[in-house]
Ligand binder design. Structure first.
Ligand code: PLP
Length: 425
């Protein structure tokens, strides 16, 4: 019955400070979002106490009658949401989902083909220090230098040359849609599995605002906490009964022990939200916000300051600002926006001349602000603050203070978690 504040004032203080940071700044990290309080309530429940190795109806522990219902609800909701036949909702994260899906289909040493990390791919798509780069032989495809779009001719060419066992379509930093049908054609031609990692754009797919990879891929993985707006976690979707069995045994006992049933309950709640009309409306505002931002960063004043936009715009929830011609590098630009109260991450742009730790880009996403209620007018204001900041020198305190005031006004206009004044009570 002891509250967190009483039991551990130190940790409580830091959580409270983080709540205030989230409330008083503008979160524009493209992979982040704000989970509803009901999702956090499920995640903070007694389910954290329960062991439930196995799957609903087939557990290795007693007392699973309630968690069985919860996990089955999560499975039923996510399969309905994405029109998939089978789902595994146990992966602890997106990386775990990818590790399990690959382990089910591949042997160590097999070749995988994914988007190069420097061109927007994810660590789990073959980075050399990641399990994917250590276990598998990695081939990569890239975006074209002129239009920054994935070069499907290169995908086909490298696939024919390297004969991968698995082709990965998906990204962490790419502002356009992928041609899943063409990826599948290439996979079929060379006898590879097609795996789509929709971690970033799953919410847009759920809302019908982005083509679905599920009919095309042998397996689709995702996180549940980015555009999808749920608790941190992963899922694996498929349409083939034999493959689905392999994915299940690859997650447990292959990769994980006991599932996090408190997180699975929170996933179930989030999947219910994702099927509602309000969710689709929010994803629409997410896309609109990204388009407004791209347009603002392409205006003459920004271009004159050396700011550009990768691929000349966006079809998704993020914009990649291209600072290759700007005196600011990615690190300086990230710090400048932090100073005015906007949180983003620096990111390499394709063909980046600066080293990765500094980089020449910013990845700027709109999902969290859309969840906060931002509309076209508010996105226009935040886009103008960002565009102005990127033309300001870091020592111009007066200009940066004025931008910080505009950010404060937006944060106040769109309150976040207004009832969570004292976390846990
Ligand atoms: N896949 C993609 C495309 C991602 O962008 C990410 C996270 O950034 C992941 C997988 C990994 O997810 P997690 O951080 O939950 O392991």
């Amino acid at each position: 019955t002891e509250t967190l504040a009483d039991a551990d004032a130190q940790v409580h203080q830091h959580i409270l400070a983080e709540l205030h940071r989230q409330q008083n700044t503008l979160e524009m990290i493209a992979s982040e979002n704000f989970a509803p309080t009901s999702v956090m309530q499920a995640q903070g429940s007694v389910l954290t106490n329960k062991y439930a190795e196995g799957y609903p109806g087939r557990r290795y522990y007693g007392g699973c009658e309630h968690v069985d219902h919860i996990e089955q609800i999560a499975i039923d909701r996510i399969t309905a949401l994405f029109g998939a036949k089978y789902a595994n909702v146990q992966p602890h994260s997106g990386a775990q989902a990818n590790a399990a899906a690959m382990a089910a289909l591949l042997q160590p040493g097999d070749t995988i083909l994914g988007l190069a990390l420097a061109h927007g791919g994810h660590l789990t798509h073959g980075m050399k220090l990641n399990f994917s780069g250590k276990l598998y032989d990695v081939a990569a495809y890239h975006v074209r230098e002129d239009d920054h779009r994935v070069d499907m001719d290169e995908v086909a060419r490298v696939a024919r040359e390297r004969k991968p066992k698995l082709i990965l379509a998906g990204w962490s930093a790419y502002p356009r849609q992928l041609d899943f049908a063409r990826f599948r054609e290439i996979a079929d031609e060379v006898g590879a599995y097609l795996m789509v990692d929709m971690a970033h754009f799953a919410g847009l797919v759920a809302a019908g605002l982005h083509p679905s990879p599920v009919p095309h891929a042998h397996v689709t993985t995702s996180t549940t906490h980015k555009t999808l707006g749920g608790p941190r976690g992963g899922i694996i979707l498929s349409n083939d009964a034999d493959l689905a069995k392999k994915f299940n045994s690859s997650v447990f006992p292959g990769q994980q022990g006991g599932p996090l049933e408190h997180v699975i309950a929170a996933k179930a709640v989030a999947f219910k939200f994702a099927a509602a009309p309000e969710f689709a409306e929010r994803q629409q505002r997410t896309l609109l916000g990204a388009q407004i931002l791209a347009e603002r960063l392409l205006r003459d004043d920004s271009r004159a300051a050396g700011v550009n936009v990768v691929s000349g715009g966006t079809d998704v929830h993020l914009v990649l600002a291209d600072l290759r011609d700007s005196p600011l590098d990615g690190q300086q630009a990230e710090d400048l926006l932090h100073r005015v109260g906007i949180t983003v991450n620096r990111n390499a742009v394709p063909f980046d001349p600066r080293p990765p730790m500094v980089s020449s880009g910013l990845r700027i996403g709109t999902p969290a602000l859309a969840t906060r209620g931002f509309d076209a007018e508010a996105f226009t204001e935040v886009a103008d603050v960002i565009a102005t900041a990127l033309q300001t020198t870091p020592d111009d305190d007066a200009a940066l203070d004025a931008l910080r005031d505009r950010v404060d006004a937006l944060a106040q206009r769109f309150p976040l978690y207004p009832n969570l004044t004292e976390f846990g009570r």
